[in-house]
Design a protein around this ligand. Structure first.
Ligand code: AMP
Ligand code: MG
Length: 429
């Protein structure tokens, strides 16, 4: 299997993802617990918005015919028949020569079609003088002008945040269907790995990937299922992968996929019934990347719809592991979780690079740094300081963008434009 260009790998991976099913993979949650979740069904309301014609101002509800030709010299004089605060149903119908005192949000009375703001009036006892002819219908919010009962209010595939929660609350929606969170099993392979609470013996390193990937999965809306460190032994690995595929919708393993280990991992995956789709991708960092699918378990994974479990064998190198996660796993996980395409598609923006960007030109190269927007709204890319060796995990902190140097390109001078993959949550573009 040849080393694939990144774009091709992306399209194979996304083609393998079968998004969550609106019925089978949904659960009902209370509105107060819905923040950050993804809506699984269209929501409609039985109410019009606004619910009734109402006033957009504090002032007087009038018949426009009564006040068409008035002005400050010749004000229209109307009899005030009622005061209508917000929340009170009007009792009287406005007859010619009459008006009602009305407040913002209050129901328009029958007979009135226009609101005159109080600043354009003078009140004397039970009479009001209109000092300026309003436009007919002025300051009336008409029933159903914002939303008509029964029509789609919110579409599935959107993330519920403050604005959507406000809409749902206003619509009287106390319980709603959201997609369940995808479960993502995480396992780290390597005899050199220890947990961070253990003292380091010579040659050992901390299994940072376990934590990095769990944080990544949580940030992307999934539920991490951390399965710990697995020794580089076929039997241990086989058991761990078998456990992973039976307990999750997606599996992320790190390490053990570099050239020397190919046959070994491939053989285990094959023995467990996997179909291998990708073995390596022409990117730097991150070349070794195994993508496989396991056929659906007979009862359906996790009680959800029957769909293959997607397996990513990521490079062990912590930088490569995260870069391949951002580049390939994130859109796949988002697509799986039921987000709309607009939301899961990777976002590349044209940014002006503040620094010189270098590559050997042989593989598509990802350079980490910060993506910012200047005061004029232009994207700018600041390369992380320090070594861009894929062994250097330290300067990966605070990364918000990955600058892409294409195959064949060896230098992008400072001040030139570069394509930058936006990472992090939430998306800006
Ligand atoms: P591998 O892909 O297993 O050959 O690992 C490549 C490099 O990444 C080696 O230097 C490993 O020590 C390091 N590495 C592998 N797994 C992890 C991990 N879980 N956390 C941190 N570093 C790792
Ligand atoms: Mg290893």
């Amino acid at each position: 299997m040849a080393m694939l260009p990144a774009k091709e790998a992306e399209s194979i991976i996304l083609g393998l993802v079968q998004p969550f099913d609106q019925q089978i993979d949904a659960e009902i949650v209370e509105l107060s617990a819905a923040t950050g979740r993804i809506l699984a069904s269209p929501v409609t309301s039985q109410w019009d918005f606004p619910h009734w014609d109402n006033s957009a101002m504090d002032g007087y509800a009038v018949r426009s015919a009564d006040v068409q030709s008035c002005n400050a010299e010749q004000p229209a004089e109307l009899e005030i028949v009622e005061e209508i605060p917000a929340g009170i149903e009007p009792q009287s119908t406005i007859q010619p020569g009459q008006a009602s005192r009305i407040f913002t949000g209050a129901c328009m009375p029958q007979g009135a079609d226009t609101v005159v703001m109080q600043e354009r009036t003078r009140c004397e006892g039970s009479r009001v003088f209109i000092l300026e002819a309003p436009k007919p219908q002025a300051f009336v919010r008409h029933r159903a002008s914002f939303y008509q009962a029964g029509t789609p209010l919110l579409q599935p595939g959107i993330t519920l945040n403050a604005a959507e929660i406000a809409v749902l609350a206003a619509a009287g929606c106390t319980h709603l269907p959201v997609y369940r969170r995808p479960r993502v099993a995480i396992l780290s392979t390597g005899n050199e790995l220890v947990t961070p609470d253990q003292p380091l013996q010579p040659g050992q390193i901390v299994d940072s990937n376990q934590y990095a990937l769990a944080a990544f999965v949580t940030g992307a809306g999934g539920v991490p299922v951390p399965l710990g460190i697995v020794r580089d032994e076929p039997e241990a690995l086989e058991n761990a992968i078998a456990q992973a595929i039976s307990s999750a919708d997606m599996v992320l393993s790190t390490g053990g996929v570099s050239v020397g280990d190919y046959d070994y991992v491939d053989r285990i995956l094959a023995e467990l019934g996997a179909q291998i789709h990708i073995r390596s991708v022409a990117i730097k960092p991150g070349k070794p990347l195994t993508v496989a699918t396991f056929p659906p378990a007979s009862k359906g994974s996790q009680g959800g719809a029957k769909r293959p479990v997607l397996y990513f064998g990521l490079p062990g190198n912590p930088v490569s592991a995260l870069v391949t996660c951002w580049r390939f796993v994130q859109p796949a996980l988002w697509k799986l979780s039921g987000l709309s395409q607009e939301a899961w598609e990777p976002v590349f923006v044209q940014a002006r690079s503040h620094h010189e960007l270098r590559s050997d030109g042989r593989r598509e190269t990802y350079l980490w740094g910060r993506l910012k927007i200047d005061r004029s709204g232009n994207y700018e890319f600041y390369l992380a300081g320090g070594s861009h060796s894929s062994g250097n995990l330290i300067n990966l902190a605070q990364t918000t963008g990955l600058a892409v140097v294409s195959v064949g390109q060896t230098l992008i001078p400072a001040g030139e434009f570069v394509q930058v993959l936006q990472i992090g949550f939430p998306k800006v573009a």
